[in-house]
Design a binder for this molecule. Structure first.
Ligand SMILES: Nc1ncnc2c1ncn2[C@@H]1O[C@H](COP(=O)(O)OP(=O)(O)OP(=O)(O)O)[C@@H](O)[C@H]1O
Ligand SMILES: [Mg+2]
Length: 413
């Protein structure tokens, strides 16, 4: 299997990678207290039901609330009681984020949503501070229970208790970049069946969460950024030997994908439609297309290795790592084969465990880290031995850090 040569991507002045540098969560689904740092390429690993998807979902909740509305973000997850951690003493759940923006700007943003009787909810508190590096504050606000406590703009708009204030102030230049970048986080969970059936065409500018407009995304890539499609095809050829072309094929009012595959001994390639392609090929193509989308601040992908042969894991990791030089990538995995290719020099590995009904997320414990650094084991081998656990000391530090509410300014890194 030949891998494409490393390509040095052009730097993007409109983006800073990693975008999310620190995430603090309280009482979101199974996560009681989490305070973790993310890298350009972060891998969350842990057993089924440990809380990996809940972590991604907390970030998706923020993006959904900004792209649609808070009410729709809650509704898409059932009712507010299903989002707030069961058994939590507090009636709220909170998310705090530290962001890195272009031009050396940073921001801290936090929100806390209060669950009210009968499934209603309100914004308990929301704060934002945009800085130049660690220097002066360029813009800030702090709102709580429908009141403005502090705001850097004159005549600030009123505070709705059922919407995020960031939406209301997104027209002000000092807040715009934060709003747009948080709304540009996208999360994926692909289903091969959705990828195989004919799809409805659209503009192809944003890949849907389940990949249901992949053919349109490929068509747009081909028209506007053919070198990106070429790169995706090269990686896919390292995963599926002989694959030489990907294109959109119109089918009346619908469309599908058409693949060209070179078969040994034949001069002409075979053409296959999406419904003839393997699940692993379609999922890998979706993951690569998601990861290389322009304009995203962060791309989260659930188990991108699912349905892939172990020998293809290295090519997938290389492809995701290359994409992470342009867009922050966050994946979940329980694949030892994928973890065999983790490089702790560049990648960030977070272990997730579920203890007494609560999720713990932290870098892997120091003993495991040291055997990996001494090249005695790979992270994949430790996963096979069930030896990848969150570092206890870091978990204790997180609990100490989050013993106060997020809105006290804990999001300062
Ligand atoms: N509101 C809630 N309060 C407490 N725990 C919750 C809540 N909602 C879900 N959970 C817990 O979260 C678990 C699901 O976690 P999640 O989907 O993040 O697992 P995962 O690590 O992604 O697993 P897999 O690898 O199977 O996808 C459920 O099994 C349940 O125990
Ligand atoms: Mg999951």
């Amino acid at each position: 299997m030949s891998l494409p040569d490393a390509m040095v991507p052009m730097p993007r002045p409109d983006r800073h990678v990693p975008f999310l540098t620190r995430v603090q969560i309280r009482d979101y689904k199974s996560i009681a207290k989490a305070d973790v740092r993310l890298g350009a390429f972060t891998i969350l690993v842990g057993r089924n039901g440990s809380g990996k998807s809940n972590f991604l979902d907390a970030l998706r909740f923020v993006a959904d609330s900004l792209r649609t509305s808070l009410a729709q973000a809650v509704q898409a997850r059932g009712v507010v009681y299903e989002i707030k951690r069961r058994g939590a003493e507090s009636p709220r759940f909170s998310i705090g984020l530290r962001l890195a923006l272009p031009d050396l700007k940073t921001a801290t943003y936090s929100l806390s949503i209060r669950a009210l009787k009968g499934g209603a909810f309100s914004v308990g508190a929301e704060t934002l501070a945009v800085r130049h590096g660690s220097g002066p504050v360029l813009g800030s606000y702090s709102v709580a229970d429908g009141e403005i406590l502090d705001c850097s703009i004159d005549n600030p708009p009123p505070v709705p208790s059922d919407r995020l204030y960031l939406v209301n102030v997104s027209g002000f230049p000092e807040f715009r970049a934060v709003h747009d970048a948080l709304a540009a986080m996208s999360f994926y969970n692909f289903n091969p069946e959705t990828l195989k059936v004919p799809q409805k065409p659209d503009a192809g500018d944003l890949l849907h969460r389940d990949g249901s407009n992949l053919a349109s995304v490929v068509a747009r890539l081909k028209a506007e950024r053919p070198e990106e499609l070429e790169r995706i095809t090269q990686y896919l050829a390292a995963i599926v030997p002989g694959l030489s072309g990907i294109d959109r094929l119109p089918l009346g009012p619908l469309e599908t994908l058409q693949f060209e595959q070179q078969i040994e001994g034949l001069t002409k390639p075979f053409g296959f439609f999406a419904w003839n392609m393997s699940d692993g090929t379609l999922r890998a193509l979706s993951a690569l297309a998601a990861a290389r989308q322009p304009g995203m601040s962060l791309v989260g992908i659930e188990e991108p290795e699912s349905a892939l042969h172990p020998a293809a894991a290295g090519a997938l990791m290389d492809a995701l790592r290359e994409a992470a030089s342009q867009t922050q990538i966050l994946i979940t995995s329980h694949s030892p084969d994928l973890l065999d290719h983790v490089d702790l020099e560049t990648d960030r590995l977070l272990a997730v465990s579920f203890e007494n009904g609560v999720t713990k997320i932290a870098p892997i414990d120091k003993a495991s880290l040291s055997v990996i650094q001494d090249h005695l084991y790979t992270p994949g081998e430790l996963l096979r031995l069930d030896q990848l656990e969150p570092d206890r000391e870091d978990v204790s530090r997180q609990e100490e850090q989050l013993s106060r509410p997020l809105e006290d300014g804990d999001t300062q890194a």
